[in-house]
Design a protein around this ligand. Structure first.
Ligand SMILES: *Cc1c(COP(=O)(O)O)cnc(C)c1O
Length: 391
């Protein structure tokens, strides 16, 4: 999408709000007066529709290049809605490193309703093709994946889906609607955890499902209204406001991430570094490497000392905030995976994920530099300086 178009979508350039206010009013109403019995007023009850949610959904649909968007109370609620469009007996193909919450939803809840799942290493297209069964209805992928940033060929999977008359859904959370456009590459549905970059302020939980297929849109609306998991008017209003800074936030985060990548890539304390910007396949289907990277310490026993010596990043679950967020998959997002399986999947104690925010990149680099040196010289310097934990 061109930049001028983006501006038109994100900002309310046509205005038209009451009193020409800069921001739209918040329609904090559960119900709406109906003048004509049986009439067709646009809103009657806020679970079914609310002007603030409509405004947000229209913006998100346009940004992602879709015709319809549905905003939900979380990313997982959006993913649930996509999967609840299926019927008992249907089969879905998922990546073996799918987001943990999506795995829990499929494994512990949806299988109880006789929906079947096969997980594959989706980076190999032949694995996907081999997993297709007579009852397969949906291929669901995530690229880049988490926490090892594996890249799946969206166009390649879309071709397979088309040949077999299946739908393709893509979790595009890591790249945002600005960094990668799966619908243009042949996907039928895109989902986002809007909790992450789209919201960007670590202040709300939200999700969105976007499609360019009106049949899928009808099915998604039935689930949104029928299961009651839509995003509230208040959160829709806030999210529409945060959307105005998404392009500039994301652009700066990506630029900062590239600087941090260059710094970390040459540090002897780092054994491995994962950044989608290094993948030709990723760069062929996305505009850049994004703002999240992964790295593995050369000595995992230094992980806690490294965290102790850091000042700037928030050490927590989540990503995509204005603040840099350092996550530790082994004890956070992937803690529920048994230790041996985690090791086999290379999610070791020394592995970190860094979602780069808007701090001054020189200060971030200085902070990481200090923490790496401090952690790896810990045994010597700790005794001398008794450096207290600075968090
Ligand atoms: C966070 C996340 C989700 C889940 O979103 P919530 O808003 O936490 O429900 C789904 N997919 C990815 C890739 C995520 O990072």
């Amino acid at each position: 999408m061109s930049l001028s178009k983006q501006t038109e979508v994100i900002f309310d350039t046509r205005r038209g709000h009451d009193y020409d206010s800069a921001n739209p009013p918040l329609y904090d109403s559960s119900t709406f007066h109906q003048k004509r019995l049986g009439g067709d007023a646009p809103y009657d009850y806020a679970r079914s529709g609310n002007p603030n949610r409509t405004l947000l959904e229209e913006k998100l649909a346009k940004l992602e290049g879709g015709s319809h968007a549905f905003a939900f109370s979380s990313g997982i609620a959006a993913i649930s809605a996509v999967l609840l469009t299926l019927n008992a007996g249907d089969h879905v193909i998922l990546p073996d490193d799918v987001y943990g919450g999506t795995f829990r939803l499929t494994e512990q809840i949806l299988t109880r309703f006789d929906i079947h799942f096969t997980t594959v290493d989706a980076t190999q297209l032949t694995n996907i093709e081999k997993a297709i069964q007579d009852n397969t209805k949906l291929i669901y992928i995530e690229t880049p994946s988490n926490p090892l940033f594996k890249i799946t060929d969206i166009r390649g999977v879309a071709n397979i889906a088309q040949q077999h008359d299946l739908y393709l859904a893509v979790d595009n959370t890591f790249m945002t609607p600005l960094g990668q456009s799966p619908l243009d590459l042949g996907a039928d549905i895109v989902v986002h955890s809007a909790t992450k970059f789209i919201g960007g302020h670590s202040d709300l939980i939200a999700g969105v499902a976007i499609t360019n297929n009106s049949e899928i849109a009808d099915a998604l609306y039935l689930i949104q209204n029928g299961t009651g998991n839509a995003l509230s008017a208040q959160d829709s209003w806030t999210l529409a406001k945060h959307l105005k800074t998404l392009p500039i936030r994301y652009k700066q985060s990506v630029a900062n991430a590239q600087q941090l990548y260059s710094f970390l890539a040459q540090r002897p304390e780092i054994a491995e570094i994962y950044y989608p910007g290094n993948s030709d396949l990723h760069l062929a289907q996305a505009h850049h490497g994004g703002a999240v990277l992964g790295f593995r310490l050369a000595d995992e026993s230094k992980a806690q000392a490294f965290v102790d010596a850091l000042t700037l990043p928030l050490v927590s679950v989540s990503l995509g905030g204005v603040e840099t967020i350092l996550s530790h998959p082994a004890t956070m997002s992937h803690a529920a995976i048994p230790e041996d399986v985690r090791q086999a999947r290379n999610i070791t104690f020394g592995l970190f994920r860094l979602s780069v925010g808007l701090e001054n990149p020189d200060e971030l680099i200085a902070d990481l530099n200090y923490a790496l040196k401090e952690a790896f010289n810990e045994s010597i310097t700790k005794q001398i300086t008794q450096q207290p934990t600075r968090r």
